[in-house]
Design a protein. Structure first.
Length: 959
């Protein structure tokens, strides 16, 4: 809506309300209403005049605000256009003021009659002998006469009706004894004005104590006469609360209007006729940029896009879904050419009036084009940096690996030459053959480690044993440092599990080893130790960190690091080495990996005494076993005459494959291309137990062959073999069994045997996976949700119970705040959730049918344990607290959650204002601020409810 226009009308209404408060004649009230209101609200003057004359009768009590509002609204909508939500609210406040003015005028007439009657009575008899007339006795407002000493001489029965005090109680002590201490000073000043200065006091307000101990606001008219003060009071507690609610509502609207106009989000509200009820500046600018049209409140979407039929049709298709009662989110790209295309995340919601009837829809849209471009560039940059760091480490490894590989080749060459000697005995022949086999195994291991280390792949955190990984990389470290450096490994007997990217861990160790080697100038001792530690000690400006960590320390006997360089060594591109001897990226990779994995890296160094780098990674729970490791096969599993379809294009390897399969007891059909194999299997797959294929082939690859068989639903196991690093890096992606080259005969036998039985084993693996997930939750947390402190929880539950809010009807105020949370945070689900001892119940909800869930499943149970901050869960499926949670595995399929605790003025977190999505994501800083602001508004509503209940309690007990 147009904020300036709305504020202008609000000021006009407040001016009318102020004017009504100053009138003391019914005719003036009616005349002011007829002259001012039709210019502010959609009211017909004639219809309004008939309505007011029908309601305002001299012989009747003043009509209530609700009676006036209903009559005016019905007559107005009959003769004029329908009200907007804002206009309906303005009408409500005008009617409250009208009712109050009419009641006050009637009150003044009563007071005048009282004064005249009292004067006549005083002339005839003493004050105690005065007999109250009918007006005195039946008045609903407290009336009294106060003497010069401040004591009440006479009090009418309304004192007991309104405040619970009898006339005797009222007259037994000074009237100030009933006044709230915070109002005493103002009350004394008003008393002096009336009793000593002889001036009438009108509309003076203070708080009076009831017999039940509750404070009620009274509005006084006090008139001095012959040394006494004649007083009439009116209970204005409800009116005062309404005024405060109006001020609060106005403040809320000002804040929300400022947010509405200032946000970069596109915000639009339309009614069933496609007319804009509200549109913010960002949307106005966007329409101008795209269509060269200035859109304003009241314009119709069909008129704005009349000359753009394709865009109009697309826009109406979305709005019609929302106007039809559907709330939904989508991401859509607009624009006809690539440079002009923009990608937006859009959210459509239903707009309802106070009675819950749909009156329109609203849309929030965020332009995420630049964000997508930046994210893609960031991913590419990070990947390039990781690979450059890895390539630098590979360059350091090359010399050592080449030296080791030459040793392997020397063993093979020497053994073959010795085997050619005729006079060689069987024992020596067997020894040389074993040497060749061991050398090949050693060479294959070196090649495999180097290829695995060099793979280009995305970060993939996984649980692994640091001790085993360090032992495996130890051989490469030995090759890297050279024969002049003694590498000493100190590894624990017990497994030390962490959850991190193993490839990056290996890279970090290599970078630390390179740094140590250079510091020792290739001469000295490098000690590598792995151990479990409790917490990280404070180190310089770095604080101590609690928790259990795996510590990997590398200590060298080098020259040490100069003190002035200790704070710089982890900075990218910082190096003290000469040109051509390092890029300065190695230690920055170690630092980045440690922080990314939730750990840290510390360094201790003394010049001349060496350096110790310690990499700390958080401990992780041991993963559930996926089945016992295969036992050593002393007898290779035989083929049993099963037929294998082999695919190999290299003639030498083809002959070797055929011989190996024959040796294992398989019957072999061998072809030179994947196309030939596919043709045979299409014709008749029955004769073949499995396919054994090279990956890299001319034309169709081995992976393509396996996928083609899956598409054709030819159910046959596929075993692939390759020596290429990019294939090995994709091992978990293509889904087939993979045998790295070079391979031993027993490895081939084992994998083919497993392939034949793979279908039976799949079900077992799936079962183990489910068990592991549940075990992880039990291991880490012990139960689905932690039990809170009993004493604190009792206080929290008592405060929640005192609000009497659970299972109450929906309220527009809470619904509006919940819709705004969904819109600003761009989530399909938003809730006001209140958590008691057994469940979480939703006072307001968007995008969810359920009204409650068991507490043990509630994300909000965790959020209220940290009342000082918003709890965010980026991906619940990866969060151990929620593994197996029915709200994650079933409906509504929660992935993202953010909950702002609803903390009362007494410090109790009763629940949250939370937003939920079915896709992993994270709120930005502006969305977090909006969620906090809206949560504060929910808390204000809860506090107002508490005040209302406290005030209503004595009245309920009296009635």
């Amino acid at each position: 809506m147009d904020t300036a226009f709305s504020q202008e009308r609000l000021l006009q209404v407040l001016d009318v309300v102020s004017a009504l408060a100053s009138l003391d004649n019914v005719d003036d009230v009616v005349q002011l209403s007829l002259s001012r209101l039709p210019g502010i609200l959609p009211l017909d003057s004639s219809a309004l005049a008939l309505t007011l004359h029908r309601l305002v009768q001299p012989d009747q009590d003043a009509p209530s605000a609700q009676q006036i509002e209903q009559a005016v609204y019905i007559d107005a909508t009959t003769h004029a256009r329908a009200f907007t939500l804002h206009e309906r609210e303005l009408l409500h406040h005008v009617c409250v003021a009208l009712s109050a003015a009419l009641a006050r005028i009637g009150h003044a007439r009563t007071l005048k009659a009282l004064r005249e009657r009292a004067a006549r009575l005083e002339q005839r008899c003493a004050p105690r002998a005065l007999a109250p007339d009918r007006a005195w006795a039946v008045s609903l407002e407290p009336l009294c006469i106060i003497d010069a000493n401040g004591y009440v001489e006479l009090a009418n029965p309304a004192w007991q009706t309104v405040l619970g005090w009898t006339e005797a109680q009222v007259c037994s002590q000074p009237f100030t004894a009933f006044v709230h201490r915070d109002d005493l000073a103002a009350t004394q000043a008003a008393w002096i004005k009336a009793s000593e200065q002889g001036q009438a006091v009108v509309r003076f307000e203070n708080r009076y104590r009831t017999s039940g101990g509750v404070w009620r606001w009274l509005s006084w008219v006090a008139v001095p006469e012959d040394g006494k003060v004649y007083c009439a009071a009116r209970d204005v507690t409800d009116e005062k609360m309404q005024r405060e609610a109006l001020i609060l509502r106005t403040r809320e609207r000002d804040v929300l209007a400022a947010v509405f106009q200032a946000t970069d989000l596109l915000l639009q509200v339309i009614d069933a006729d496609y007319r804009f009820l509200a549109i913010n500046q960002a949307s106005i600018d966007d329409y101008w940029r795209m269509f060269k049209r200035r859109v304003a409140v009241g314009d119709r979407l069909t008129d704005v896009l009349a000359d753009r039929p394709e865009q109009l049709q697309a826009a109406l298709a979305l709005w019609d879904r929302a106007l039809g009662g559907e709330a939904f989110s989508l991401q859509q790209t607009f624009g006809e050419t690539t440079p002009e295309q923009r990608t937006c995340e859009m959210r459509f919601e239903i707009l309802r009036d106070h009675d819950g009837k749909q009156i329109g829809a609203f849309m929030t849209s965020l332009d995420v084009t630049e964000w997508h471009v930046q994210q893609q560039a960031l991913v590419e940059t990070q990947e390039a940096l990781r690979q450059s760091q890895k390539l630098e480490a590979i360059g350091q490894l090359t010399g050592g690996v080449a030296h080791d590989f030459n040793n392997v080749l020397a063993v093979i060459k020497s053994s073959i030459e010795l085997l050619r000697r005729v006079q060689l005995g069987d024992e020596r022949r067997q020894r040389f053959m074993d040497s060749i086999s061991s050398a090949v195994t050693r060479g294959a291991r070196l090649t495999g480690q180097l290829l695995a280390f060099a793979r280009r792949q995305a970060l993939q955190p996984a649980v692994f044993d640091v001790g085993n990984s360090t032992r495996a990389i130890g051989e490469m470290i030995g090759s890297l440092t050279g024969v002049g450096v003694e590498v000493v490994l100190d590894l624990p007997d017990q497994a030390c599990f962490v959850n991190a990217d193993q490839s990056q861990f290996d890279t970090a160790l290599v970078n630390l080893a390179v740094n140590a080697r250079d510091a020792m100038q290739s001469r000295g001792t490098l000690s590598v130790k792995v151990e479990s530690v409790d917490g990280l000690p404070q180190h310089g400006l770095q604080p101590a960190i609690s928790g259990t960590f795996v510590a990997v320390s590398l200590h060298d006997t080098g020259a040490g690091i100069a003190p002035e360089n200790l704070d710089k060594i982890f900075e990218p591109f910082f190096t003290t080495k000469g040109v051509g001897h390092g890029t300065g990226l190695g230690l920055s990779q170690v630092f980045g990996f440690a922080r990314q994995s939730g750990g840290d890296v510390r360094v201790a160094s003394t010049p001349g005494a060496g350096t110790t780098f310690t990499l700390y990674l958080p401990c992780a729970a041991q993963p559930a076993a996926g089945g016992s490791a295969p036992s050593v096969q002393h007898t290779l599993p035989g083929g049993g005459g099963l037929r294998i379809l082999a695919v190999e294009d290299n003639p030498e390897l083809r002959a070797m494959v055929e011989s190996s399969l024959h040796e294992l007891g398989y019957v072999t059909t061998i072809v030179t291309s994947a196309e030939q194999a596919l043709a045979l299997l299409r014709e008749d797959p029955e004769p073949y137990a499995a396919v054994f294929s090279d990956v890299v082939l001319p034309g169709m690859t081995g992976i393509d062959l396996g996928r083609a068989l899956a598409r054709l639903q030819i159910d046959i196991p596929v075993v692939l073999t390759s020596g290429y690093s990019h294939v090995l890096a994709q091992e978990s992606d293509h889904g087939f069994l993979l045998l790295p080259k070079p391979y031993a005969l027993d490895d081939l036998a084992r994998l083919l045997h497993e392939a034949v039985l793979r279908r039976d084993r799949a079900a077992s693996v799936a079962k183990v996976g489910t068990t592991h997930a549940m075990a992880l939750v039990e291991t880490v947390f012990g139960q689905p949700a932690r039990a809170p402190d009993e004493g604190v929880e009792r206080v929290r539950l008592a405060e929640l119970s005192a609000l009497h809010i659970m299972d109450t009807e929906e309220e527009a105020a809470y619904d509006e705040l919940t819709h705004l949370a969904s819109a600003f945070c761009q989530t399909p689900i938003a809730l006001v959730s209140l958590v008691d001892d057994e469940r979480q119940w939703f006072k307001a909800r968007v995008g969810l049918q359920a009204r409650e869930t068991p507490r043990e499943h509630a994300f909000c149970s965790y959020a209220i344990e940290q009342p000082e901050q918003i709890m965010q869960v980026v991906d619940a499926s990866l969060d151990a607290r929620f593994v197996g949670n029915p709200l994650v595995t079933g409906d509504p399929g929660i992935r993202f959650y953010a909950g702002a605790p609803l903390v009362t003025s007494t410090g109790q977190a009763l629940g949250t204002l939370c937003v939920i999505d079915t896709e992993p994501r994270k709120l930005n800083v502006h969305q977090l601020d909006a969620l906090r602001l809206l949560a504060a508004r929910v808390i204000e509503r809860l506090e107002a409810r508490r005040v209302e209940l406290n005030m209503a309690a004595p009245r309920d007990s009296e009635s």
